[in-house]
Design a protein around this ligand. Sequence first.
Ligand SMILES: [Fe+2]
Ligand SMILES: [Fe+2]
Length: 319
Amino acid sequence: MTVTQEAPDSAHQAHFDAAIAADRRIEPRDWMPEGYRKTLVRQVSQHAHSEIIGMQPEGDWIASAPSLRRKAILLAKVQDEAGHGLYLYAAAETLGVDRADLTQRLVDGRQKYSSIFNYPSLTFADVGVIGWLVDGAAICNQVPLCRSSFGPYARAMVRICKEESFHQRQGYELLMRMMEGTEGQRAMVQDAVDRWWWPSLMMFGPPDDESPNTARSMAWGIKRNTNDELRQKFVDMTVPQADKLGVTLPDPELVWNDERGHYDFGDPDWNEFKQVVSGAGPCNAERIARRRAAHEKGAWVREAAAAHARKHNTEEAAV
Ligand SMILES: [Fe+2]
Ligand SMILES: [Fe+2]
């Protein structure tokens, strides 16, 4: 046992508080309050689950992408999301949890993932709108997390954000091309924007006055901005892009406010958000059923890998 482990909790706490105050990173071997560890396990594992479940709505379109170029882009993007999930499960494991257990909690419905992935992707325009709006919202959320106080999470975010900006651009470029196309293609883009706009705003979570954990997460440096701040940033960033694209965002209250220097906008339907988060969204059951089936189908691979590792270890021990 090291000296630091023997120190009383108050000394550990003081050391931890000083590190947070000085904006130093907390690393896995450092002492941390149990609440900090639990909050991170919840946030990082939900984030990992979101990346993995998030492969489904777009993955549905890989087989029917309209050209080889679009197929190659979409395939690369969906594979990136799998990679993001793996970085994040690895970051969560540094907090003393087991990835197999986290996956079990997801497929049993005991852990959540982002509400956005419980909406269906109905046309190929949805692929573009998901890249533009959903990955765009993810960037707003994730860029400040590159400065999160927990080292492994912050470092995973740096790598992830680089790929997210490609995701956002490929979506926007696809929509630009569709808007230069036929009347029917432009209508498909507008329809997809109408369906994804409000769920994208919900990605930032409930309003600040209904988000009891935000203040603590910000004091710990896990989060750097409140939900409402990030939502505003996303709206301000997206409105000029929508204008350039030539689509209308489906919010009659959306208007520039000179005094505030920001856009004013309407409230998402928070009852719908609560329903989707509690499991009653349009695709919750389908998403989890597919994840569970994929997990069960992969059981033989995990068993074979474990058997191979055991054999390898025995051979090494015998040398
Ligand atoms: Fe991602
Ligand atoms: Fe992405």
